[in-house]
Design a protein around this ligand. Structure first.
Ligand SMILES: Cc1cc2nc3c(=O)[nH]c(=O)nc-3n(C[C@H](O)[C@H](O)[C@H](O)COP(=O)(O)OP(=O)(O)OC[C@H]3O[C@@H](n4cnc5c(N)ncnc54)[C@H](O)[C@@H]3O)c2cc1C
Length: 313
């Protein structure tokens, strides 16, 4: 049986299309994750609900103390958006390092979050900023805290007839942030560990530092001793790296059975060792951001890659 293709052009059409979705149906955004699964036969949808005609879902706009990012905003649009670059520099950096130019032109922020991949670069940033996810369903719009959007098994709270419509991030004047990831190569690399860190500058010091680590568990993990990176001593950075290694080890040992997270034991052991590189890289990036009068995103994000720093697997 051939699949049906729905392409709503208005909010009303979208609402009625959502009601028609079955357990076999799919929502199609940029297709960078979904289409390879369909081509490989992993999914055989009965209905495709394409979002490509819903221009309003691509808007990025400030609404009071919040920034509203439409689910269909692409990584490229987010990386270049002046509001994201100014207030959510770490997110702009993360978007600028997703996949290749082609992937960034097609892949959307909504698709990235709905896909719920533990290795996704966007989720740690949305956790860090304390974002909310706007969801449209049968009962209208509901909001979910980013931290509750992902469930323990790496899925999301989205129901069969629900659509992620926007990501809302609270704007906080004077808060800086940055993002870095460890990958096996410089370009088109899936994160093996990612770090998104934010802080406020006060009296020439970093205050209220917060951090989230991606790709080490099914959900981003809080970097509890991240404030050590705001200090200029090598020992403190070393201590932060040791904490992170220990954290990765404890995640590994706390698992009584293998989760759906596809990280092998060898990879986890490698990550434990490689954290030192990424922690020092993050500390350098914080220093650069602190000295820079304008957000460093003009130079786009960095990927700490293992060959470059002689840390091969
Ligand atoms: C070569 C390659 C490299 C990549 N590199 C990276 C990388 O470096 N970092 C990274 O984070 N990701 C990477 N990705 C993953 C991917 O690009 C992102 O997850 C992407 O943003 C997905 O967005 P999309 O619009 O293409 O989603 P789609 O493929 O269209 O959809 C993905 C899933 O989300 C669902 N979905 C999409 N939009 C919505 C919505 N609004 N509401 C509800 N459900 C929805 C779909 O039904 C599907 O299940 C890479 C992918 C490829 C193929």
């Amino acid at each position: 049986m051939s699949a049906e293709y729905l392409q709503p052009k208005s909010f009303e059409e979208l609402e009625s299309s959502l009601l028609r979705l079955t357990d076999k149906s799919v929502i199609l955004a940029g297709g960078t994750d979904l289409l390879p699964k369909i081509r490989s036969g992993k999914k055989e949808p009965d209905i495709y609900l394409s979002l490509c005609r819903l221009e309003m879902l691509g808007n990025i706009e400030r609404q009071g103390d919040w920034l509203k990012i439409g689910a269909m905003a692409t990584h490229e649009q987010a990386a270049d958006n002046p509001l994201i670059r100014e207030y959510f520099t770490g997110l702009a950096m993360a978007c600028s390092r997703v996949g290749s130019q082609q992937i960034r032109n097609k892949g959307t922020l909504g698709g990235s979050l709905a896909n719920a991949s533990p290795a996704g670069d966007i989720m740690p940033c949305v956790f860090l900023y304390g974002g909310k996810i706007e969801i449209l369903g049968k009962e209208g719009i509901r909001f979910v805290e980013a931290k509750e959007f992902l469930t323990e098994n790496g899925r999301t709270v989205l129901g069969r007839n629900e659509l992620l419509t926007s990501i809302w991030l609270p704007v906080e004047e004077g808060r800086k942030s940055c993002f870095t990831k460890l990958g096996s190569r410089r370009e088109v690399t899936i994160a093996q560990i990612s770090l998104c860190i934010s802080w406020k500058e006060q009296d020439l010091a970093c205050r209220d530092m917060r951090g989230f680590i991606g790709a080490v568990d099914v959900r981003p993990v809080e970097f509890e001793c991240v404030s050590l990176l705001g200090e200029r001593s090598e020992e403190k950075k070393e201590e932060a790296a040791q904490w992170l290694s220990g954290k990765i080890r404890s995640i590994r040992t706390s698992r009584t059975r293998e989760s759906k997270l596809k990280i092998t034991e060898a990879e986890k052991r490698y990550k434990e060792r490689a954290v030192k590189g990424i922690v020092f890289d993050a500390a350098e990036m914080i220093e650069r951001e602190r000295k820079s009068p304008v957000p460093e995103t003009a130079k786009r994000g960095s990927t700490f890659h293992t060959e470059e720093k002689g840390e091969g697997k």
